[in-house]
Design a protein around this ligand. Sequence first.
Ligand code: CTP
Length: 430
Amino acid sequence: MKPPPTCAIMRDMIATNLASKLKEGLPAELAGFMKTAAELAAERGLSLYLVGGVVRDLLLGKPNFDLDLVVEGDAVALARELAGIKAAKITTHPRFKTAKLTWAGLSVDFTTARSESYEHPGALPTVTPGSLESDLFRRDFTINAMAVSLDAGRYGELIDHYGGQTDLAQRLIRVLHERSFTDDATRIWRALRYEQRLDFQLEEATLNWLKRDIVQLNTISGDRLRYELECVFREARPEKVLCRADELGVLQKLHPALRADAWLEDRFRLARKLTLPQPPSFALYLALLAYRLNGDECAELSTSLKLSKPVARVVHDAASLKAKIKALAYPEIKPSYVYRLLCGFSQSAVVAVSIAAASPVARQHLESYLHKLRYVKPALGGSDLIAMGVAPGPRVKELLERLRDARLNGEALSRQDEAALVKEWLTEAT
Ligand code: CTP
């Protein structure tokens, strides 16, 4: 699809200059780097622009240090020269004509200005080098389709062909054209993320096209859907995005049995409290989202999202642990029993169930397992038992487990207590 003719483009009426925002809104190292990059680009006769999310966030006054630079010309060659100057690490994707520089904990992406076309819905785009204008037109939403010129004579000048500033002011998420979600249905998830993160609304036509194209999510690979879900879980409040996705029927494209509601909102909030200062892991959030699915449904979700083995295990374990909650709902059960019920399960699954279980008693047992019981070990080891006359083999393992049970239940408090117990068991056995 070609960009509309210039006369039809909503040209920005007020020339906005973001030079001072660039200086104030970015760490000095990055602002300085952009100056160096702009000077080098000028020497090479190339035009250089800052684009995408960082421009949006500069205008919103939100911190964002993920710089995306677009070069009208060979971005990889320019990035290579800059990597030399900064002694930065460079990774390149010659096929997509992109490069990434990383140094001192910072990273900057370089892209060759390009236009994109899609052979069929769900396909990855075919990329052709182009102008900044076509590069902005390939983008998802007006608020992400603005650029800032870094050229010497125009440094800081905002380029806003599609009304991004107006949409920021009106708090709207708007696609650039009717086929945006058809071309790339992952933008449906992106739209919901921005809407909920920024507290914006989907513009009316955009919402209608989004609803029309929900079915196109069927064409997106498991890897790409999982990536979108990872992005959702990286939001400060992913539950807001999931609830909106549920309301629109987007969530059910991941699995028809998934639900996001007040129950999930509470569980996600609790998960964040529990894992502070870290955010919850992808596996923990996913186990909570999938908690109300049955075993078969969890397996279907794992396959369709192509989950890694460890993450699939957490989701599966959390679903299996639900069956143990009844047994854990009695206050008087012994710690050794709790241990044996839970010891084979992945830790994140136990955390998920401790957040999700309805029974307060079961939750207490799960927490006690997580914070205390799982660390309990006997003081004596296998070689101690053998020295005491136990025959090497399965008997050693069995006695070590009995010792751990005794420790858990407070029947052995020291190494001496353990040795006395072993002697007793050995005499009993003879
Ligand atoms: N983009 C797009 N369509 C996509 C993905 C990305 O048009 N499916 C464009 C958007 O212009 C976006 C830019 O590529 O701004 C960079 O993408 P990304 O890093 O995912 O998003 P940011 O805008 O940087 O936003 P954030 O990281 O804050 O979510």
